[in-house]
Structures are given as C-alpha cells and as structure tokens.
Design a protein around this ligand. Structure first.
Ligand code: T5A
Length: 221
C-alpha cells in the first residue's frame, strides 16, 4: 500500500531527538540548497499553517500541573499529529513543491513512527495507514541528527524554562525514539543520512551542508 506514497525529489526533512541542533542544521541545509537558484521554503511540524499551529499548542502545552485538565491519550496525540500534517501538506508543502520550490521540513512522519510508534507503543501499521491516507508524501532526503539522549536533554534544559509536554517524558521514552530513528535510517540508506550531532555546532553545520550538496550533485542539481 505504501508504494503509492509520492517520494518528492525536492522534499527534505530533518529528524532527531530532543536538543540535537536542528535549528542550525536547517539554516545550513537552506544555504546549501539556495545554490540551486530555486526558492527554498523552511517549515516545521507539528505546525506550519495557522490551523496546524493551533493543533501544535494542544499537542505541546504542558498542562500536567493543572488539576482541571485531562492527559492527552496516545491515540489522540497520534491523530492530532496527523491532523496537523494533513493540513500542512495540503496548504503549504504541496503548493510549494508544485511551484518548483525545495521544501525543508523540521520533522515529518518519521517523528510519528519514532515518538508515537516506538515512544508511546502505538501500532506502526496504523501509522503507515495514516501516512498513506492522510499524507501521501515522503521526502527524498532525510537528515537524521543523532545524539546521546542525556546530552540532548541537557542542551534543552539549559535553554527552556518550561519544558513542553513531550519534552517532559522520561529518558527511556527518548531512548526508544532514538533507537527507532536509527533503525529506520538503517532500513532506508538511500533516503537517510545520519549526522553525528555530538560534534561542535560549526562541524554539524558543515556536515549538513556537505551532505546536501553531495545529494544535489547525485541528482544532477
Ligand atoms: N513530535 C513531532 C512528535 O512526537 N511526533 C511528530 O510526528 C512530530 C512532528 C516538537 C515535539 O513534537 C514531537 C517531537 C518534539 O518533542 P519542538 O519544540 O519543535 O517540539 O521540539 P524539537 O523539534 O525537538 O526542537 P528543539 O528546538 O527542542 O530541538 P532542536 O531544534 O534540535 O534544538 P536546537 O537547535 O534548538 O538546539 C538546542 C540547544 O542546543 C544547543 C543550541 O544552541 C540550543 O541551545 N546546541 C548545541 N550545543 C552544543 N553543540 C552542538 N552541536 C549543539 N547543537 C545545538
């Protein structure tokens, strides 16, 4: 069934656990792609459209401290991720690809397999079905920034005063997320490039830039 998903040649995603340094990597990837002379659109998930950004708030706001609120069920979390993604793909990503732009998205469906699948224990076949029915689009290049879980969490702790709802999960949750990302990368080596995110920021940026340029060369730019 998943064969029918379009793997778009100008669609690129960035993936990884918490605090891996996607912000710097995004800028480096954008700068490299701009050498093609084409428009480059940067966007993110969950979010990327006004409606999807409202869903993002529902997904990430940390309401644990409020006794009047209810926890988000894992199934609700997955469906909201895909509700935001369906909107994002139709309103922003597909139109940009259709007008000839490159699109770089900070997280996409791989995050749902890693966080809601491996992290929350939801059935990956259900996720694949949602990917097929609600999204129908897959990147041609995915840069996976890989980092030790504790190191990544130490970085975000230094940055965030209030961790969001998902950031507040325990280390074993993020270990499953990391392991799933690496397994997916090993299963699809033609799509994934794994970047060692433990290196200093400028090295990570350099590696991302080199990988994007190499990928562009391999497809004749
Ligand atoms: N999610 C998302 C799901 O569960 N399922 C899904 O389907 C999708 C799409 C999104 C959350 O939603 C989850 C995953 C996430 O938990 P978010 O706020 O967008 O929430 O969270 P992240 O995507 O994780 O973004 P972060 O901003 O937290 O992480 P980044 O972008 O990787 O980190 P960045 O670049 O801000 O860097 C973090 C800190 O580390 C430092 C930076 O300066 C910064 O302070 N840093 C480094 N320090 C030293 N050396 C380096 N190499 C460094 N790189 C960065």
């Amino acid at each position: 069934m998943t064969e029918a998903i379009l793997q778009h040649p100008r669609f690129i995603t960035l993936e990884g656990g918490e605090g891996v340094g996607k912000s710097t990597a995004l800028s480096a990837a954008r700068d490299a792609l701009q050498q093609s002379g084409r428009e480059v659109l940067l966007t993110r998930e969950p979010g990327g459209t006004p409606v999807a950004e409202r869903i993002r708030i529902l997904l990430l706001e940390n309401r644990a401290a409020r006794s009047d609120d209810e926890p988000l069920a894992p199934e609700t979390e997955l469906l909201l991720m895909f509700a935001a993604r369906a909107q994002h793909v139709r309103e922003v990503i597909r139109p940009a690809l259709q007008r000839g732009a490159f699109v770089i998205c900070d997280r996409f469906s791989d995050s749902s397999y890693a966080y809601q699948g491996a992290g929350r224990g939801l059935d990956p076949d259900w996720i694949a079905d949602l990917e097929y029915r609600a999204v129908g689009l897959r990147p041609s290049l995915t840069l996976l920034l890989d980092l030790d879980v504790r190191e990544g969490r130490a970085r975000t702790r230094g940055r965030d005063l209030w961790p969001d709802r998902i950031e507040s999960e325990r280390d074993d949750f993020f270990e499953r997320v990391r392991e799933n990302f690496l397994r997916r990368a090993a299963a699809e080596p033609e799509r994934f490039r794994v970047v060692d995110a433990a290196k200093p920021l400028h090295n990570v940026a350099h590696m991302v830039s080199a990988l994007v340029l190499e990928w562009m060369d391999s497809r004749g730019r």
